[in-house]
Ligand binder design. Structure first.
Ligand code: SF4
Ligand code: SF4
Ligand code: FES
Length: 317
């Protein structure tokens, strides 16, 4: 069976092909063939100039991440036939949120620089000769150890798309691997740094990183654990932590989000004044009730009972 592969290509170094263009290749495919097998076949039989990365061919090295029919995935772990059944054709593009070097090869330097920022190795507790690591301790960081550095999560990250300075999910998942390790001696310092601008609080919780990670690392869960650990350490003098506190207070007080009050509590009085034009726009579009007539929901007692139960549980824990 012949399938059309439409591959987005460009070579910024070449005068002829520096603008992205789509090239079609007809490929004879068989059951069980992966996208990487098909790309290798194209390179062998039709066009040796087609560039892409690969190494292990077994979803281990993380080299072959690319966009396959609109989603960031590993070419060696994605079979052609199920894709064809779903989409009819094959559209292959480079990984999003990364600069293209040539065809499907992207610049991974920003990815490694972000990783470098989180100090990607254990810095043990001083003076502690031996620390006993129990199975449950390993479980707490287990998934974050499965990362193969493929970059699919960063490719799909909405926060990274709008701000390239954001530390992004792959580095945050790795950060939890060390913060959550019972042998780590600098967890507090790490959390302080991650709470800075462009750090963990920039995540907008779109869940894409968890959805598209091919190894089940669940970076968003790691981000939640990091945030929670920072708040337990009392690292709350930043917009993200203040926003989380304001949100919890708002739901407890009125049963829903009081956007105006939350803005004041998050940004402080002076910075909130700059948000007034935005607030008025929301008001005009019916997105925000007037702050002064913000009524609590009817069943507020039930909401508060949930809070009290959580506080009781926290007290026992
Ligand atoms: S959940 Fe957060 S870190 Fe993950 S992709 Fe969305 S914005 Fe990025
Ligand atoms: S967390 Fe998952 S998607 Fe992100 S780099 Fe690691 S393995 Fe790839
Ligand atoms: S070639 Fe190694 S993960 Fe695909």
């Amino acid at each position: 069976m012949k399938i059309k592969f439409r591959i987005k290509r460009c070579d910024p170094m070449s005068r002829e092909t520096c603008e992205p263009f789509v090239q079609g290749y007809d490929v004879e495919v068989t059951e069980g063939m992966t996208i990487l097998d098909a790309l290798l076949k194209i390179a062998d039989e039709q066009d040796p100039s087609l560039s892409f990365r690969k190494s292990c061919r077994s979803a281990i090295c993380g080299s072959c991440a690319m966009t396959i029919n609109g989603f960031s995935r590993l070419a060696c772990a994605t079979q052609v036939m199920p894709e064809v059944k779903k989409f009819g054709e094959m559209e292959i593009e480079p990984l999003p949120n990364h600069t293209v070097l040539k065809d499907l090869v992207v610049d991974m330097n920003p990815f490694w620089e972000k990783l470098e920022k989180i100090t990607p190795y254990l810095t043990p507790k001083e003076g502690a000769e031996k620390v006993c690591v129990l199975p449950e301790d390993l479980e707490a960081i287990g998934k974050s150890q499965q990362c193969i550095m493929c970059g699919c999560c960063n490719g799909e990250c909405n926060a990274l798309e709008i701000d390239k300075r954001y530390i992004a999910p792959a580095a945050l998942a790795k950060a939890w691997r060390f913060v959550g390790d019972v042998r780590e001696g600098n967890a507090r310092r790490r959390l302080d740094k991650l709470s800075d601008e462009h750090g963990m609080w920039d995540c907008v919780r779109c869940v894409h990183c968890t959805q598209y990670c091919p190894k089940g690392v669940a970076p968003l869960k790691a981000i939640e654990l990091l945030r929670s650990a920072a708040m337990k350490e009392g690292i709350t003098d930043n917009h993200g932590a203040k926003h989380a506190v304001a949100m919890a207070e708002s739901v407890k007080r009125v049963g829903r989000l009081d956007e105006a009050a939350m803005t004041f509590k998050t940004l402080g009085f002076l910075k909130s004044l700059g948000m007034i034009p935005f607030g008025l726009k929301m008001e005009l579009h019916g997105k925000m009730p007037l702050p002064l007539v913000f009524a609590q929901i009817n069943d507020i007692a039930e909401v508060r009972a949930i809070y009290e139960a959580c506080e009781r549980k926290k007290g026992k824990g």
